[in-house]
Every structure is written in C-alpha cells, then in structure tokens.
Write a protein that binds this ligand. Sequence first.
Ligand code: SF4
Length: 891
Amino acid sequence: MKRIETVEISQSGSTNTTCPYCGVGCGVTVSTGGDNDVRVKGDKAHPANYGRLCVKGSALDETLSAGNRLLRPKVNGEDVSWEQALAYSSGKLKSIIEQYGPDSVAFYLSGQLLTEDYYVANKLMKGFIGSANVDTNSRLCMSSAVAAHKRAFGGDLVPGCYEDIELADFLLIVGSNTAYAHPIVFQRIAKAKKENPNLTVVVVDPRRTATCEIADIHLPIKPGSDGFFFNGLLSFIADNGCIDDEFVHQHTDGFAAALAQAKLQVPDTKSASQACDVDEDVLRQVYNYFVATDRVVTIFSQGINQSTSGCDKGNAIINCHLATGKIGKPGAAPFSITGQPNAMGGREVGGLANQLAAHMSFDVPHHVRLVEAFWQAPNMAEKEGLKAVDMFQAVNDGKIKAIWIMATNPVVSMPSADFVRTALEKCELVIVSDCVDNGDTTKTADVLFPAQGWGEKQGTATNSERCISFQKSFLKPMGEAKPDWEIISLMAQHLGFRDGFSYNHPVDIFREHARLSGFENDGQRGFDISALENITREEYETLKPTQWPITQSSPTGTQRLFGDGQFFTPSRKAQFIPIAARYPAESPTSDQLIMNTGRIRDQWHTMTRTGKASRLLSHVDEPYVQINPVDAKRFNVTANSIAHLKNHNGEFFGRVKVSTDQRQGDIFSPIHWNSAFASSSRVGALVSSNVDPVGGQPEFKHCPVSLEAFTPSVEGFCLIANDLSGSWTPAVDYWVKVTLISGTKYILANKGVDGCSIGDFKAAFPQVESWVDMSLSSGVAARAAGFIGNQLKVVVVLDSQVDKLMDSTWLESKLETEVETDIRYQLLAGSPGDGASAPGKIICSCFQVGENQIKSAIEEGCASVESLGENLKCGTNCGSCIPEIQQLIPG
Ligand code: SF4
C-alpha cells in the first residue's frame, strides 16, 4: 500500500468502485487502511474487466494527492463561503435571465460527471430555467454515433456487449486505436485471438497504430474515406448474394434506397479501392471476410465519430450489419465504443442539447409534455438548445451572457480552442465547477465551485455496453468540495426552485431517473430502468454492474438488444439510411499536411489528473508530431527536432517522430497537453469548428496545417525538487513540464541564448545555497547542479541540440538525495560512472522498463513477450505495453 499525502480515507477495508477514465468502465477494488494508505487493483467480479486494469487505472492512487486541487469556492479570485458564492452567482444568473431570457444562459457538462449530477443539471436548465442550452463534451466524442443509432434503431441504443467481441469470428476495427484508447477491450480482443484460431482481425485506419499488432490485415485508408469503404461493402454484399432477405424484409425499412445510393457512388471494389486509396485485392479480401462470416462485430470509435460526416459513417456501418442480419445475435453487432466513462449515462438523462431526459426527444411533442408533467416543470424548454460549437459561438457573440462549465476543460478540448478562451474571457458570467484550480478553463472563471473528485463522490456511470456501475467513495472530501449534484441542487434552490431539488442523497435522484425512464413508456423507449425505481439506499450503494434495460420482465438486465428483431422506430423496424459518402470539409493546400489527433496510451483528456502521476509521463513525456519520412524530408525536419504547426486557428509545438506508420501527407498529434504542462501544445487550438450537420460533432481527425522547423539555439532540461517547483515556469520559447517522483522536469528550447544560460537559471532559484557548474567547449553547452545543504535541488543541462543532451533518468533519481561535496562534480557527467546504461524510453510504465533494456534482453535471446516478461517483468501487470513490446521483437 502507498501512503497518499494530504488524503484522508473515510473507511478502512476494501471498496468496489469504477474507474473514472474511459468508456470501458472497469471495476476497481480499492484497499484502504492504516496511515491513509490506498491501493488499487482490478475488480475480479466486474464484467467489463474481470480483474484487469490498464496503466491509467492501475495508477489511480497516484493521482489522488492534493496538488492542484480547488479547495474553496472563489468569486473573482477571492476565497468566499459557499453561501456567498451561491448568492453571488444565483443573483447574477437571475438578473441575466430576467433581462435577456432563459436562452441567454447555458450549461456545458461532461462525460466525467456521474449520472445523478447530469440528471439534476439537465432538469434545472430544461425544466426550470426554461432553455435547452445544455450540452456536454460528449458532443466532441459520441454525438455522431448517437445520431446514427437514433436514425437506424429509433433510439440511442448500443446493440451489443463486450462478450460479443469474444464470440465473433471476424472483428472489423474502424477508426479506433483500441490498444491506447480502450486498453482493456484491446486485451479482451488479444486474448480472444489467442484462444480462437478462427478469429480474424482487420484494422481500418489511415495510421498504423499499436492496435495493428494483433491485426491480420491493416488497411490504411485515405483519411475520411470510411463512408466510401462501407458503401462499397454494401454494394459488395448485394453483388455477392449475401443479403439476409428474410431479416431485411421482416425487420427493416429502406433497403432499396440505401443500396441504390451506395451503388450509385461506389458500385464495385475497384471504385471503393480508388475512393479509399488502398489496394483492391486487399480490400476485396476484407469485404469477403465480412460476408463469409456469420459472427461479425464492427468496432468503431472517434475515427468515425469526429468527422463532418460522422453520423453518415455510423449509418453506413449499421446498413451493412442490417443487410446481412448481423445484429442482435451473439457475436454479431455494430459496436460503438464510448470515449468517456459516463458519456452514455449523460445521454440517458438528456445531457445533449437536442435531447430530453430518458431518451425522449424535442421532435416528439408528446415527449416534451410528458417530461414537463413528470418534473412538474414551471418553465419547460420547448425546442432544442445550442450544441457545443454553436454554444461557444453564442458566448462570443454575446447572445449567451452566462455559462456554467462543469468537470471539463473546453479551453483545451474544444475545436478553435483559442477562440473559446477569448469568448469566455469576455463573457459576463463564467462559473466553473471543477476539482482543480489550474486548468486553462478555470483561469477564465468569475466563480469557482470546488467539486469532489473520484474517491470522494458517489453515484452511477454507464459504460459502452450499457452497463450501469456504482462509483463508491472511500475518501473524505478535500477542503470544502461538494458533489456536483449537491452544488447544482443548491443553485436551483437559490434560484427559487426548492421543491424540485430537495435531494438528500444521490439515491433520491437515481430513483427519480429510474421512474422517469418507465413513465408512460409501455415498451416505446429502449432506455428503461424502471425496475430500480424503488431501490433502497443500501441496494444502490451495493448495486452490481447491470446492463439496461432493467425492467420488471428483465430485472437483472439485458445483455444484448434486438434479438427479437424489434426496434424502437414507429414501424418497429430498423431503418436503412441512404448514404452519400463525403470527404472531410477542409482540403489541405499544396504546402499543408493533414493533422490527425488522438489519445496516447498513458494520459487521459487534458492531463489535469494523469499529469500528476510520474509513472504516466514516463512512456511519452512530450507532445509530438508523427510524420512520414518523405514528408519529414520535404518539410526539413528530423527525428527529435521540434515542429511548429500553424493554421488560421492557432499553433502547436511538438517533438518530431519520423515513422512509416504515418501515411504520406498526414501527421498525428496527441490531444492531451494543456497550458500547465506545455508552453504552446494545445492541439484543439488548430482544429477548425466544422461539424457534422446532424450530430454536431467537430472534425478533429482532419485539420490542414502548415509545418515548419523550430530551430532553437539552446536545448536542455531543468530538474527541480518538489519544494522549489512552486508555480515557476521557464521564460523560454518552448517548454514542457514533466512530473517526477521527487520533483519536476522541464524540457526546454529557446531561439536565442539570452534568458537561457546557466546564470539565468541560477538567478531563478535564489534559495539554492551552493552550485557546481561547468561549461563545455562547444558554445552554449553547460551544466549546473544546485544544493540546499547537501541535498540536490536543481540540475540544469544545456546544449545546442537535444541529441547531445545526456539521459536524465539517473539525475532524476538523485533529486532530493544527499550528495557530499567531493562527488558533486560527478553529477555533471549525468551517470553513476559504473558503466550502467540508461534504460531508454520507458515502454512498461508499471515496472519502468525501458526500450534499451528490452532490446538488450532480445539480443540475449528473449524472443517473445512472455520471455521478456519473465526476465524483465515488462508487460506483466496491466499489459498496456504489450503491443509496443511486440513491435520491438524482430519478425
Ligand atoms: Fe480505466 Fe483503463 Fe479500464 Fe479505461 S481501460 S476504464 S482507463 S482501467
């Protein structure tokens, strides 16, 4: 067990809860005891992960410390009481609503909220304030799939379950780097592949990702051509007599029109291969797998969703499953894997601006009246509100005068992120509820509400397979933090809506939510958990993971949907949607590249939590730009140099990685870095605000950018012990902050030498009592180590090029240790001098095993992941690094 500084446990023993990161929704068992010791491991009984956790989940305990926590309410930068903060913000909100009407205010929510938080926020805005200006960061993640599900199935309904992945004989993974974004789903696939020799895996992705390590075929299609790929597949299905006529006739509408449209655009494999820019024979082989296999699961995620035609792409996938009847059966489903931990829970309660609660819709007038009656709502919204991109545009235009942002960081994560920051800076009232006080968005806030974090709050979340799990508390709340549902309820009461918001515990909200799901439902709506409407508090707090629908006829839940061929459209039949596939909205000019964006393995969203764990920054510690060697040459950048990306929206700096995994003409950059961790590496700043016309999801996967080399005169790093780190940031052109166990590392680069000499760093740390330093023969190269007493507190290493810098691993381990005077100069050599080599880039974060160590072991005879695990332990804990270990093994 580990003692977590500044954390107070609320109970000793074992607590089963749920991981707060991705949509896999893994169960976590937390052991607490003794001196505020906390240990996490996978919950063996949870059906999402059966005891496994990825590296992010297994490092959850390392992210709990106080660090950057927001502990007290603030108004205009001053600490105030809760009563003062609520009185101030409710007063401002009331006066804005009175003067400009309900549509002058908005809530921007998050897939990180629990369902109960989401429910209350949605109820307050749509039923009591009287506007539907409630949207969420799920708009950036899932809204295309939501719209596709609604068009095809009559509801936002995911047909399958994780077990289907294991029962399939053909897995088509499209637009998903499952190995990084959903690691435990990937591990389930890898295990299934090992155990089932009939299982074929094909990855369709412009980029060769870690997921391709288990693929039989990787099809590197042209970016954004997925709709053409699936229209081509529908034509192929028809041409080869593979339509399930009985299913199509009895259970679907609109097949002829969808096929006609597909045939018109992509009549054969030749036109499909041209549209997707892939080899025709390989494409035909993939199409053949689809038609020749009964048990087919198509996994899709952000590569499909984050597109100006994301909704159509989702329906193009569903069309192929409907045409072949590969839905509603074990091992057969189109399967949208959710990005966020509770994106689905948020949708259940109507967290999107175009939804009502309990999967009801504004476009059904009866639904509006039904929700109004159930809530006894005094000011029911009658029409859809503004979706995320339009919402921030309205903030900029002054139409929205007050916005309340909860548990999300739009100044980093939204497209046109610089525009979003400017819009918020000029907004009359910005309220932010968050756990942290140093987010890019919290800096724009007039009012800050401290929210409880993971381990402190309680409630439910729903994962990708419709499974509701309980997130249970085991820590005392830090400072004056409150759960989001309570903050929203208190605000509602201050606004004068006491009756609708007098909840005492989240179970009160959950019961109401469950009751509404069954209210005048009669089998009309797929989302129904009415069997839980009388759940007791004890039952709620020990709720076993259960997949909805949960009704009187299926009280223990429902594993998969549509097995009876019944859908939730008016005709009870699934709907084919004719798709005219489209390429992305913006094309690059001849001197631009297409930037694709996405997640890396060990970070979550904007790093406000995972950036606190040194282990999670040892795999990738710097924002980067992955580029094909031909483009690297063309744009005059080399491996490890710094690329400067620019377009009309903003700019981004990142370390260059040259790789043939990237198609020519395309680059990839990660989404995570915020302004606390890098000088200018918020990828959202480059992304345009082009959105899907149906789902409103922005096109994060296709951003034309120009690239030029950033050529510094000085590069280096600075290691600083924890007690000196404070809020210091280097005054250089490019810096990246890396959390270490005993301090902080800054990676540095500067155009000129002024401001980036050893003297400048000495001046920045006047607390240091003594220094040793040396200048090397070549120009700017110099090293220095600073001490307080005998303790090493600061190390600065500078040179003209990054490749000339020493590995910092050994020096990092010496921070805050005692170093006697006579051996201090040895530090400036950067290694212990005993011949031991540096571990190299960390591959296995759990056991800190580096690339050099793995390569040495391979040279010494380890020829498999298993033997490397036996020798070095790498890959034997969470398994997230196994695809990369596999890549290092020759053959
Ligand atoms: Fe958490 Fe990893 Fe499981 Fe996702 S896969 S829920 S991040 S443990």
